[in-house]
Design a protein around this ligand. Structure first.
Ligand SMILES: [Zn+2]
Length: 575
């Protein structure tokens, strides 16, 4: 199998050989039989370490292929290799599970738990609880049904102004500063969903029933707890989420209402403000960066140099070793991501700069992910390097706020505009996320209700959490159809809440940084270094971060953010 060294000079120049799939499977088989026949805890420990190294090398090969393919989808070699790993991935998963099962049955488990930590084994046990050979046909059906939704959305073509656009391309029209354009564009988009109301309703109904069936076969009362177990939520559950949603209603919704009211005043439509108007935050347009891609990267390098020697070291490493591909070019896949490459001990950032404030977010948000990747790199257990789903966005979202004092270097005259709207977005997204979560909890607790009843429940939630939304001239939205565009509801059930938990933690870091910037950044670095060594509650406790679920955390965040927002002179910003 190909071997890699962390002493590389240029990521782009690393040659990638075609992986020998049979060899990889054989290496797994060898470790499975060795762990079964190990005669001492030292031997079992050595085998487990070899398993971790094998996992790292396989994920290094897979990630490099994925990166090359996304940077140029026209390159035939990587197109073929990408198909190869798509097909081969599930086979490796089966082998890994087989190894883990043998490991958990090992007579030396107590010694191994002492050496590698209980948490790794708890995670593996939870994973195994959510799979069984009995549900394989149901899982295939679940994936196929999700794929039906994905395909319907991806292939949608919306006719607008005599041309055809995809749903994501319509985004530039639905957020247009020209009111007539955004009105017509929004209606065109929602017409698509209205036309497909029955189809999407049927796809979702089947998904709910398949998932409920899987849960019953695995011995769960309904799908809700199974969804939590699938996401490795070890130390919190649906009851915590329900309490959190109530707190959001009490502490965040009033602030969010105030933000929307101010927006309404700025836009000047008063009682005639429509749902599509809220897509435009400033009458005079959104903040845009005042530099090109190279200018933004230089500004980021300068910022990290001033902010922290640790951050600066890794940012410069990524630039000098070609670990960022941020500019749009022909053949490049869309979207953006950051991925960690274990055997090279580096992160890679992929994005398509498009001249919006999103470009700056790549250099803060994605670099926050990267920095955590670097700082967690030394744990032998791969699961310990980065935290679970509810915590992995905390480092990235926090970096967006910890870099606030440097935004002048990216936005120039639009700086105030950026700071104000970015903070407002962080607050107003929370009630929306909570609706998505409450909706799904209700649906999976009542799997037999009809599509119409689901829609009615969604609308009821909107009226509670986002009361400013009025849909009098859109029957589809008034009937509770908005959720049909929220892909997470179909693809990763019950996941979305994690973004709001991470958002609150990011706001906590921000509030602390206003008083003590230096000390807060040091605390952030320590938090990154903890990686994923602990489950959610313990991780926050170890990092001395107030848990968004507990006590008055939300109330304090809301009070402090309101104070910060009140320091802006809005008449000056939006004129
Ligand atoms: Zn992220």
């Amino acid at each position: 199998m190909q071997h890699f060294s962390e002493n590389f000079e240029d990521l782009e120049k690393i040659e990638i050989e075609r992986p020998n799939t049979q060899e990889i499977l054989n290496l797994h088989d060898d470790l499975i039989s060795k762990i079964k026949s190990a005669t001492s805890s030292e031997e079992a420990s050595e085998i487990l370490k070899r398993f971790f190294r094998l996992t790292d090398t396989v994920s290094t090969i897979f990630n490099l292929i994925y990166i090359r393919h996304s940077c140029d989808t026209r390159d035939q070699k990587y197109d073929e290799l990408s198909t190869l790993i798509d097909e081969f991935g599930p086979e490796i998963n089966v082998k890994s599970n087989e190894f883990i099962k043998a490991l958990l049955a090992s007579p030396f488990i107590a010694d191994l738990e002492k050496e590698f930590g209980q948490y790794f084994f708890d995670l593996q046990k939870l994973s195994l609880k959510t799979v069984s050979s009995e549900i394989i046909p149901d899982l295939i059906e679940e994936n196929k049904t999700v794929a039906e939704y994905v395909k319907l959305i991806a292939q949608a073509l919306i006719e607008f102004n005599g041309q055809k656009y995809t749903l994501s391309e319509m985004g530039k029209f639905t957020t247009s500063v020209d009111r007539e354009t955004r009105k017509n564009a929004s209606e065109a988009v929602w017409n698509f969903y209205e036309k497909n109301d029955d189809t999407i309703g049927d796809i979702y109904d089947r998904l709910v029933k398949i998932r409920t069936r899987i849960a019953h076969k695995l011995g769960y009362q309904n799908f809700l707890q199974l969804a939590y177990d699938r996401m490795h939520r070890l130390d919190w559950g649906p009851d915590d989420a329900a309490i959190y949603r109530e707190k959001v209603l009490e502490d965040i919704v009033p602030l969010s209402k105030q933000i929307f009211n101010r927006q309404k005043e700025r836009l000047g439509y008063q009682n005639d403000t429509k749902y599509y108007d809220y897509k435009v935050f400033y009458k005079t347009g959104n903040p845009i960066p005042d530099k090109d891609a190279n200018g933004l990267i230089s500004a980021a390098a300068e910022m990290y140099e001033n902010l922290s020697p640790t951050a600066s070291k890794y940012f410069n490493f990524m630039v000098s070793h070609n670990c960022m591909d941020v500019v749009s070019k022909p053949g490049k896949a869309s979207g953006g991501y950051m991925t960690y490459i274990p055997d090279l001990k580096t992160s890679f950032i992929f994005s398509n700069f498009n001249g919006t404030s999103g470009d700056v977010d790549v250099l803060t948000h994605e670099f926050g992910h990267s920095l955590q990747g670097f700082l967690g790199a030394d744990y032998i257990v791969p699961d310990y390097r980065s935290p679970g789903m509810e915590c992995c966005e905390m480092h990235s979202m926090s970096m967006e706020f910890l870099t606030y004092p440097y935004m002048q270097n990216f936005f120039g005259k639009d700086t105030e505009k950026y700071l104000y709207s970015h903070t407002c977005d962080a607050i107003t997204i929370i009630p929306y996320i909570v609706i998505v979560d409450a909706f799904q909890a209700y649906v999976y607790e009542h799997p037999d209700i009809s599509h119409q009843e689901r829609k009615a429940y969604w609308r009821k939630l909107e009226k509670t959490y986002l009361p400013h939304l009025t849909y009098e001239d859109n029957n589809f939205l008034a009937s509770g159809g908005y959720w049909m565009k929220q892909t997470h509801i179909f693809e990763v059930p019950l996941y979305y809440l994690d973004y709001s938990i991470a958002q609150v933690v990011a706001l906590e870091f921000f509030i602390a940084s206003l008083k003590e910037p230096q000390k807060t950044f040091e605390k952030y670095i320590s938090f990154c270094k903890l990686g994923g060594t602990l489950p959610f509650r313990s991780l926050l406790k170890a990092a001395d971060i107030a848990n968004p679920f507990d006590g008055d955390t939300l109330k304090e965040v809301a009070t402090n953010i309101m104070k910060y927002l009140n320091t802006f002179d809005l008449t000056k910003i939006d004129s």
